[in-house]
Each structure stands twice: as C-alpha cells, then as structure tokens.
Design a protein around this ligand. Structure first.
Ligand SMILES: NC(=O)c1ccc[n+]([C@@H]2O[C@H](COP(=O)([O-])OP(=O)(O)OC[C@H]3O[C@@H](n4cnc5c(N)ncnc54)[C@H](O)[C@@H]3O)[C@@H](O)[C@H]2O)c1
Length: 356
C-alpha cells in the first residue's frame, strides 16, 4: 500500500484523488493547501468515495508540514507551477518520492536541481505527462520503434485551443511569467513532450515566435516554431489558446521515409493517417483508458518494485527536454534569431521584459 500526500487542492487535484482511488493499492492520507476550504472539500469527496471518515485525511495549510508527515511515501505536487521546484525539493529532502505536475519547473536550473537531487537521494520523481499512457500513443511509439516509418524526416504538433478570460481569472498565477509561463508551457508542453518522445532525436536548434496582447494576460496566446533535430529531421509547433468558439484541434504528424502517422481530432484521439510501406496496419485500441489512473498504477507498481512501462514514465531528466524546447521558443522569440539547444540557462521571469 502506497500512502500519498497531495499538495495543492485546486482544479486538477480531484483527478489525482480519483486516480489514487482507481489504482487500488494506494491511499491519500494528507492534503496541503493555503486555502482550508479547498482541502476540506477534497477531503470530503475522497472520504465519501472511500467510505471513510473525513478526519482520517490530515490537512495542513503549510505544505512543509505535509512533507514531514512520516506516514507518507510519495508526495503529489499539484500546486501552481511556480511552487513545483520548492515542494519537489522539500519532499525529496524529506525522503519522499514525488509525482509532480507539469511543467516540472519554471527554470532549467530548478529542473536540473530536482533531477540531481532525485538521483542523489535514490528517490523517484515522475512528471505528469499522462498522454504517454494513452494506448494509441503507446502503439505509435512501439510501431515507430520497430522501424515502421523508416527514418523520421518530419514531426509536427498543433495545439489549437480555447481558454476563456474566466479560465485566466480563476487563479491569480495563471498567465503570468513569474508563476505560470505561457500557453506553450502550460498546455503545449504535453504535445512537445510527445513530439520529442516519438521523434526520439535530440533537438539541435529552434526558431520561435510568440504572439500576445489579444487578452489581458501577460504571457503568449500564440506560438509558432520550427525545430531542427540533430539527425537532420525538421519539426514544427503551432499553438494558440484563441480558437473560437472552443477547442479546435490537438494533433501530431510524423513523416518518415517509409510511412506516415497523423493522430488528430479535438483531443488527439482520431487516427487520420497510419501508413507504413512495409508493416500491416495494426488493430487500434478501441476502448478509452483513464490515462491519469494508468499513470498512477505504473507509478505505484514501480515503487513496489514491479515491472513498469519505462517508455511512458517521464523522469525529471526526461521532463527537462520538453521544458527546454518551450524555453527555446521563448528565447528565440525574445532574441529574434534561431537558438541552439541545449540552452545554457533560462527562466520564465526573463520574459517579463517582453519579446523584442
Ligand atoms: N497534467 C495535466 O494535464 C494538468 C492539468 C491541469 C493542471 N495541471 C498543473 O497542475 C498545477 C495546478 O493546476 P490547477 O489547474 O489545479 O490550479 P488551481 O489554481 O486550480 O489550483 C492550485 C491550488 O494550489 C493552491 N496553492 C496556491 N499557492 C500554493 C502554495 N504556495 N503551495 C501549495 N498550494 C498552493 C491553491 O490554493 C489551489 O487550491 C499546475 O502546475 C498546472 O500546470 C496539469
């Protein structure tokens, strides 16, 4: 039985509590949030679903006290993005494994510090890029890994969303450079992670543009970028949160010498092209899977020493890769020139002065 403590009881926290319940061999023993009512509401929901007393879930307005709770094996961090590094670091120092919401951090320095500390402490940090647990995407990974597309020449992602004024007004940290980063980091990082995972190549340079000013928020609402991969392939990202009247598309296209895959639709669920010159079309997984619960199941299994799907688990070092590409788009946009990857350093606050 793995005992979790959860820091941050806002919108995504319910999904975490539900996934802990769905995964069976785990329980939620403590919550932390500066707003007591949010903890109380989540504790009530969890206790009701588990038929236990609400008081069996400890509540802490100071997350530093939660990380010291000796009953806890692993800390889930679903606090605003600017707090990820602090709570991940404190949790690791207290000897806890960490399941950390994306983005891993708002600077490369913090992301590196988390990865180094996890490795020094021999503890697990896993970042919530739950789309990697979607069966269709796992199938794509395995098909590409077997060489069905041949050498990959191009990979592109489209993230065409709608996020309303109400969404940004719902929490003061959203849409700020200091506490959130822009839509590329908040929403886009999931598809950037998938792009890098499936291309399985190191990005070499990034040329990016961002656009902002269409809403009251400080960060970008649109971004476009091209990527040059070290092996010669090219990539592209188009991203916006301004689609009217609602979400339009999330898609991923991979083009190789011997085949093409495109998965699209509003939520990256439709196979729009799945061709290989040599491999027969596989049968597609038809039943939807709760990828969040799947991620928990694998995380718990790994802590219990069982075999896991290592391809899908996103470690701190792995999460740094998509973070760096999003940062490279920002840096390129700021400087007005393509930038080489790896970046030596970057933090979202450096964007506060605005792009050139
Ligand atoms: N994996 C995904 O698909 C996914 C989806 C949504 C959100 N997220 C991530 O989860 C995180 C939380 O997002 P959300 O939408 O739930 O935000 P939210 O604003 O709804 O909730 C954040 C919660 O954290 C609490 N909080 C504020 N300051 C805190 C602090 N210093 N320490 C601890 N808690 C604090 C707030 O009171 C609030 O209850 C973000 O990093 C976001 O990027 C990930």
């Amino acid at each position: 039985m793995i005992r979790f403590g959860l820091i941050g009881c806002g919108s995504i926290a319910t999904k975490h509590a539900e996934s802990i319940i769905a995964s069976g061999d785990a329980e939620l023993v403590a919550l932390a949030d500066p707003v007591p009512e949010r903890m109380a509401a989540l504790a009530r929901k969890y206790a009701l679903a588990r038929s236990i007393s609400e008081s069996s879930v400890a509540v802490y307005t100071d997350p530093s006290r939660l990380v010291q709770d000796s009953r806890i094996d692993a800390v889930v961090i679903a606090a605003p993005s600017f707090m990820h590094a602090r709570w991940a670091t404190e949790s690791l120092r207290a000897g806890k494994h960490v399941l950390l919401e994306k983005p891993i951090a708002l600077s490369l320095k913090d992301a590196d510090a988390i990865a180094e500390l996890a490795s020094a402490c021999g503890l697990r940090v896993q970042v919530c890029h739950q789309l990697r647990y979607r069966p269709l995407l796992r199938l794509a990974k395995s098909w590409i890994g077997q060489g069905a597309l041949g050498k990959l020449r191009m990979g592109s992602v489209s993230i065409l969303l709608n996020r309303s004024r109400d969404y940004y007004a719902s929490s003061e940290w959203r849409g700020t450079w200091k506490m959130d980063g822009g839509m590329l980091l908040n929403q886009g990082v999931h598809l950037i992670d998938l792009l890098l995972w499936l291309m399985d190549e190191r990005p070499d340079s990034v040329y990016g543009l961002i656009g902002r000013g269409a809403s009251a928020k400080e960060t970008e609402e649109t971004a476009a970028a091209t990527i040059r991969f070290a092996g010669g392939a090219v990539g592209s990202i188009e991203a916006t949160t301004l689609c009217k009247p609602n979400n339009l598309e999330q898609s991923l296209t991979l083009v190789g010498d011997r085949g093409t895959i495109r998965i699209g639709g509003v939520n990256l669920t439709e196979v729009q092209r799945w061709h290989s010159d040599e491999f027969p079309v596989p049968s597609f997984p038809l039943t939807a899977v709760n990828e969040h619960a799947e991620m928990y199941g694998q995380f718990i299994a790994a802590l219990q020493g069982a075999a896991e799907d290592r391809q899908s688990a996103v470690s701190a070092a792995e999460a740094r890769r998509s973070l760096e590409v999003a940062f490279a788009v920002y840096e390129s946009s700021r400087l007005g020139v393509p930038v080489r990857v790896p970046l030596s350093s970057f933090d979202t606050e450096s964007m506060s002065a605005g792009p050139r």
